[in-house]
Every structure is written in structure tokens, then in C-alpha cells.
Write a protein that binds this ligand. Structure first.
Ligand code: DQA
Length: 149
């Protein structure tokens, strides 16, 4: 099974940006973590990051017919983007929302997630582990007894 892992704005700055909130590990560390977690589960994972809302919409649209599931951390677009919500609804690919930090314990403006209503599950406050949990959830959901084939 093929999973597309999408990271939105400023996640390329991991390791530099607010390490007290997001940790000391870099975006490259994250992609290596995802590749390793996917390999261990027999999942083909592709990572994509962009700071641009339209590029993220394009990537979600291009996933149609190419990926079985999406794991997405939309960054700040979580709290602002109806376009990303509509894109996920459009392709109808099972999608998991991930946040490195626990947004429920942060500012009021982070309490809204537009994308959440199109997602089958949300993981937050687990650091990189949330991405692995997201892939495992999709494997269970989509793969069923055929997982790994
Ligand atoms: C984030 C939380 C968002 O509120 C923030 O804008 C981000 C990262 C997280 O992974 O915890 O960029 O999605």
C-alpha cells in the first residue's frame, strides 16, 4: 500500500523553529523516521513538504489513483484552510491529521481545525510518533487482511 505524507508550512524548519515546542530533530530526521517506520510495516511512503497552500492542494489532487492513504500535518493551514479541507474531500482518500504538538493545549486560534472533519483520525502531541501511528491506522483501515501484499 502507498501512503503520501504531507507536511505544510514551516515544518521544513523543524530543529530550528521553537525547539521547546517541536523538538530538536530536523525535517530530514522526520523523513528518515517516516521511511524507516514505513519500511518496517511494508508500506511505500512518499514525503512531501511545501510552504504554499496551492501546492499542497495540487499534491492532494495528484494523489488520486496513486495513493491509498494520506497522512497530513497542514501546519498553520490546519486553522485557516477550507481549500485543504475541500481537496481532501474531493479525492476521498482516507486521510489522517497529525500534529507534533498538542494543539489543544495551545493558543485559542489553534483550536479550530478545518481539515479534521475530512479526516478518519487525528494524532497530536506525540512528536514524530504521530506520523507512524497515522500510517499504522491507515494500514489497518485500508490493508485489512491483505496488509503488506
Ligand atoms: C503544528 C501545529 C500548528 O498549530 C502549527 O501552526 C504548526 C505545526 C504541529 O505539528 O504541532 O505549524 O501542526
Amino acid at each position: 500500500m502507498r501512503i503520501l505524507v504531507i507536511n505544510g508550512p514551516n515544518l521544513n524548519m523543524l530543529g530550528v523553529r521553537e525547539p521547546g515546542i517541536y523538538g530538536a530533530q530536523t525535517y530530514r530526521d522526520l523523513t528518515e523516521f517516516i521511511a524507516e517506520a514505513a519500511r518496517a510495516e511494508g508500506i511505500e511512503a512518499e514525503c512531501y513538504q511545501s510552504n504554499h497552500e496551492g501546492a499542497l492542494v495540487d499534491k492532494i489532487q495528484e494523489a488520486l489513483g496513486r495513493f491509498d492513504g494520506i497522512v497530513i500535518n497542514p501546519g498553520a493551514y490546519t486553522h485557516t484552510s477550507i481549500a485543504l479541507l475541500d481537496a481532501v474531500k474531493s479525492v476521498n482518500i482516507p486521510t489522517v491529521e497529525v500534529h507534533i504538538s498538542d494543539v489543544t493545549k495551545r493558543e485559542a486560534f489553534r483550536q479550530v481545525s478545518y481539515i479534521r472533519e475530512a479526516c478518519v483520525k487525528t494524532y497530536m502531541g506525540m512528536g514524530f510518533e504521530g506520523y507512524r501511528q497515522g500510517m499504522l491506522f491507515l494500514k489497518e483501515l485500508i490493508g485489512g487482511p491483505k496488509a503488506g501484499n
